[in-house]
Ligand binder design. Structure first.
Ligand code: AMP
Length: 216
């Protein structure tokens, strides 16, 4: 089964993908992570990608699709949770073509709906540990006063693209595209929505598991 988690930045795609990976052994494929790995290599492509990410803009479709195509080919267990990909209709169409090569398809798209004010609050509270890369949230995690990761004494830092000015831009840039993608999968009859505003992660995850039962 291949699943897309769709939603605006901060909707919780990464957190739910991690849970699905832990509970069902599905492969968590995050386009943000793939792109940031290339940034880390400090090549000219990495620098180009970094420019888009830091401005809160989407990386061009051709670059993103090529990198995702390479990665999908390497994954032997094709039970994939797509986190952050596709982010445009062009990417969705390309993804359909890539999966077809493996006699695979997208079976389900789960749209995580959250009020924009809550998204901004959630993303503004997100912090990353310098040592182990773990993700924390000042909103939910009750961190120690000095903002340190509980596993390490490494200080937490805020992602460049999680800074308030950039967050607002990321959300604005994503709104229309996310709606179009929801329509794309609704027309295929494989769209399910979960409203996560004011709900605990556990309650939303229960809903998600019920949806999975329906589609399996
Ligand atoms: P994320 O970690 O999913 O929030 O992604 C971080 C940043 O990577 C985004 O703000 C975009 O700049 C870029 N990015 C991630 N996924 C995509 C995608 N599918 N298409 C274009 N850009 C992307």
């Amino acid at each position: 089964m291949n699943i897309i988690l769709l939603g605006l930045p901060g909707a919780g795609k990464g957190s739910f993908a991690k849970k699905l990976n832990d509970d069902y052994g599905m492969f968590h494929l995050s386009s943000g992570e793939i792109l940031k790995k290339v940034v880390g290599k400090n090549t000219s492509l990495g620098k180009e990608i970094n420019n888009y990410i830091n401005k809160g803009e989407l990386v061009p479709d051709d670059i993103t699709v090529n990198l995702m195509k390479k990665k999908i080919k390497q994954i032997s267990n094709k039970n994939i949770i797509f986190d952050g990909f596709p982010r445009s209709i062009k990417q969705a169409e390309e993804l359909d073509k890539i999966l077809k090569q493996f006699a695979e398809k997208i079976d389900l798209c789960i749209y995580l709906k959250v009020a924009v004010e809550e998204l901004i609050k959630r993303i503004s509270g997100r912090r990353i540990c310098k040592i182990d890369g773990s993700i924390h949230n000042l909103e939910f995690d009750s961190p120690s006063a000095d903002e340190e990761c509980s596993e390490n004494s490494g200080n937490l830092y805020i992602r460049e693209d999680d800074k308030p000015e950039v967050v607002k831009k990321r959300i604005e840039n994503s709104k229309k595209k996310t709606k179009l993608l929801a329509n794309y999968y609704e027309n295929k009859g494989i769209l399910e929505s979960i409203k996560t505003t004011d709900k605990s992660i556990d309650d939303s995850y229960e809903e998600m598991k019920n949806i999975l039962v329906k589609y399996s």
